[in-house]
Design a protein around this ligand. Structure first.
Ligand SMILES: *Cc1c(COP(=O)(O)O)cnc(C)c1O
Length: 452
């Protein structure tokens, strides 16, 4: 019955906005979208719904066009309290980093031109000198991400050879990054030593053959082994390495350049200390605790970094100019001693509890529905400090009659989507990860999400 009420393709095309769209865009494309919209209306009728009129179908076609043309990823507000959230794009950039990549995007740049000589230069020159200065390493290289840094490092140094890894470190980091798989892809053979919970220096020593290319250490970024455990310190492993002529490669994961214990958390290994311990190469991400753009960073001994830089894969995984610009601007904050103030992830981590409480209270007074400001914990996340949390204050929404899942869905569907979390049937919003300029859109989203 309802099928007969379904508007025709022509009647939808006659709608003012759809007609305008057929002029702005390829007409056949718009006609296809109208057909698709009518097909989904038909499906709704099959499920027992009513037929929409031509106006409704037209609106959904225009909405679909907007959706297709919208630039993605788009801005969302992270109210989860998870500072480095891989699903939400990891680290937000500092103002200087944003400005630097805007500059690089707008016009031409000296990406590979030496302005002193007028000859070809290296895109790595500036980032290398900053990294050398900050970490104390002899040389450095920036690539696409940490996974590609590892793949490049292992391909260049260990293809056709053996790499010794502790059984407790042949791990999966998430998102398809598994140490054994990366090693296999690089053409190296994994020699795992020790047991899941305990590995000793002699395990590495005993595994050395004439075919050993490296000792690989991998930071357990996203899990914690507790209890009866033993692992080998970088410095002790380097001692064996020096004696046997084998470099130590160290994936430190999040690449924290500041000391996390200063913020009441466990110590996250830093690239600086790994270099000081004598590691041959240290690998880390640019967009985790470093607080910059997606990038993979290798620092270490010059003779090893040079082998990586000359390998054909280096070209395949090279860093693009926009990331390079924002990475160098981010690194400069560390040299200027202003990382905590300028780099958003460090600003968030170092926000005092009292400031978080005040902010949650100001949100509370900006909305009418029942809510409370409660003590809670935020997580650092993103492959760093597993199980570690920071004391925080949250706005806790009483969902009155509707479910927390429904409130979460409405928050996600607001103009600027808001991502919160659910605990014990309440929706919690953590101010730690909400940027200062996001207060107004957050409150708009909240008001409409809880209005019944
Ligand atoms: C996050 C992480 C990686 C992967 O880094 P990407 O920059 O995401 O490629 C590799 N190793 C460790 C230990 C990590 O924590």
């Amino acid at each position: 019955m309802q099928f007969r009420n379904l508007p025709s393709v022509d009647s939808v095309l006659a709608d003012k906005d759809v007609a305008a769209a057929t002029k702005s865009f390829d007409r056949d494309w718009v006609v296809d979208l109208v057909r698709e919209a009518l097909e989904s209306a038909r499906e709704q009728i099959r499920q027992g719904g009513n037929s929409p009129d031509a106006g409704h179908v037209a609106t959904s076609v225009c909405q679909r066009i907007d959706d297709i043309l919208r630039a993605e990823p788009r801005q969302v507000i992270n109210a989860t309290g998870v500072v480095i959230h891989t699903n939400l794009g990891r680290a937000p950039l500092s103002n200087a980093a944003i400005e630097a990549s805007n500059q690089a995007a707008q016009g031409y740049s000296n990406l590979e031109l030496d302005l002193g000589t007028g000859r070809r230069g290296s895109r790595q020159a500036q980032v290398q000198s900053l990294l050398v200065q900050i970490t104390g390493a002899e040389a450095a290289l920036a690539v696409n991400n940490n996974a590609s840094a590892m793949l490049l490092g292992l391909s260049a140094l260990a293809s056709g050879k053996e790499v010794v890894v502790s059984r407790s470190e042949a791990v999966e980091i998430g998102g398809g990054f598994r140490v054994p798989d990366v090693l296999r892809q690089s053409g190296g053979t994994l020699i795992d030593v020790g047991t899941t919970n305990r590995t000793y220096v002699r395990d590495y020593d005993d595994a050395v053959t004439e075919n050993t290319a490296a000792f690989l250490k991998v930071h357990a970024s996203n899990f914690r082994v507790e209890g009866f455990t033993a692992s080998v310190d970088t410095a002790d492993l380097v001692e064996v390495g020096v004696r046997r002529g084998i470099p130590v490669l160290h994936d430190v994961g999040s690449g924290s350049l500041l000391l996390t214990e200063k913020y009441g958390m466990a110590h996250e290994p830093t690239p600086q200390e790994s270099i000081k311990d004598g590691a041959g190469l240290v690998f880390f991400s640019g967009d985790k605790l470093l607080g910059g753009p997606q990038a993979g960073i290798v620092v270490g001994k010059k003779e090893l970094v040079d082998v990586l830089a000359r390998h054909p894969l280096a070209r395949a995984v090279r860093i693009d100019k926009l990331s390079l610009a924002s990475l160098t601007a981010t690194l400069a904050h560390y040299l200027k001693g202003e990382a905590e103030k300028e780099i958003p992830v460090w600003r968030m981590i170092s926000t005092p509890e009292a400031a978080l409480k005040k902010r949650a209270q100001s949100w509370q007074s900006g909305m009418e529905c029942p809510s409370s400001v409660e003590k809670s914990r935020s997580a650092v996340g993103g492959g760093s400090l597993p199980g570690e949390t920071l004391p925080s204050w949250v706005l806790s929404i009483d969902c009155q009659g509707t479910t927390p899942e429904e409130v979460m869905r409405r928050l996600r569907e607001s103009n600027t989507p808001v991502i919160a979390r659910i605990e014990e049937d309440r929706v919690l919003l953590d101010p730690r990860t909400v940027l200062p300029e996001e207060d107004a859109p957050l409150l708009d989203a909240l008001r409409s999400a809880v209005a019944n």
